[in-house]
Design a protein around this ligand. Sequence first.
Ligand SMILES: NC(=O)c1ccc[n+]([C@@H]2O[C@H](COP(=O)([O-])OP(=O)(O)OC[C@H]3O[C@@H](n4cnc5c(N)ncnc54)[C@H](OP(=O)(O)O)[C@@H]3O)[C@@H](O)[C@H]2O)c1
Length: 330
Amino acid sequence: MRAIVTHGTGGPEVLAPGEIERPEPGPDEVLVRVAATAVNRADVAQRQGNYPAPPGESEILGLEVAGRIEALGEGVSRWRVGDRVMSLVGGGGYAEYALAPASTLLAVPERIDLVTAAAIPEVFITAYLNIFREAALRQNETLLVHGGASGVGTAAIQLARRLRDARVLVTVGSDTKADACRALGAETILYRSESFADRVRALTDKRGVDVVLDHVGGGYLAENLRCLATYGRLVVIGLLGGAKAELNIGQLMVKRQRIIGSVLRARPVAEKAEICRAFRAEVMPLLEDGRLEPVIHARLPLAEAGEAHRLMGANANTGKLLLVVDEGLD
Ligand SMILES: NC(=O)c1ccc[n+]([C@@H]2O[C@H](COP(=O)([O-])OP(=O)(O)OC[C@H]3O[C@@H](n4cnc5c(N)ncnc54)[C@H](OP(=O)(O)O)[C@@H]3O)[C@@H](O)[C@H]2O)c1
């Protein structure tokens, strides 16, 4: 089958189309014929050699797919061959066929085409998990999202607005990205030209926000805590700004704040299945009726995975970068 093969580690040029063996579904797995997959920052880090595939997972990049079920593994009874599905996968998405655990499959809503559906699993589940389950955002609270125009950011804004009626502030690197986030209902902060923490404090009458969803890490820790309210929760999901920082523990104690670290990929399948069960109940109805929409920057053919990685590496995307494998599957 066709796939994107990684020739060593390095820049986008190490990615090239190739042929590999089609996998066979094991117990409780399905084989998905892939309509599209999408690019995630974790793929970029894996390509660079900084985030190896977990033991037992495919070396092929790609953490999400949408398509039709081609074959069922032993013990799978809830799904049928031909079903339209989307799912997180442990790896192997940049290919014509990919294995997915039956327990994390989501039925693609009728109104959404299969290629578009590939923009949903990773960012919507990540945003849902971290904002609501990890940081426990409550009704009418205020959320700060860094990288508001990112795949995760565009999902986070919509989820927080629709599910909790939250006030959402976001940081963005350009006016174009700010426009896109405002259209989704966020208030925007151009972090390159002003201190985001000063702006957050000004916008909240010095109270700060209840939750910060952060993918910058070390470089932002002190400023994130400075604009976090008493009893606020900071959930860190990425390290684009470094892994280390100094922490003023006294201030953390006095303000009764919490810092939460979270990754999705490394969680056991049973845990992902439980998250997907909750996601099906709470979020899928809003994707089904159009109250939530994935934001898509571009659709490229699978063979142009390298170009998609270049775009992401240059922070050029607003929303998701899709890799189209087979548009004719719908
Ligand atoms: N822990 C998890 O389970 C999990 C799961 C999925 C994603 N993530 C993480 O969530 C983040 C967003 O993922 P994504 O796929 O949505 O990314 P994305 O679409 O590529 O967007 C990331 C954006 O972050 C901003 N950015 C990049 N480098 C930065 C830096 N050093 N400091 C501040 N801002 C920076 C850029 O926007 P501007 O132009 O606005 O600066 C960039 O476009 C990534 O870090 C990813 O690894 C974590």
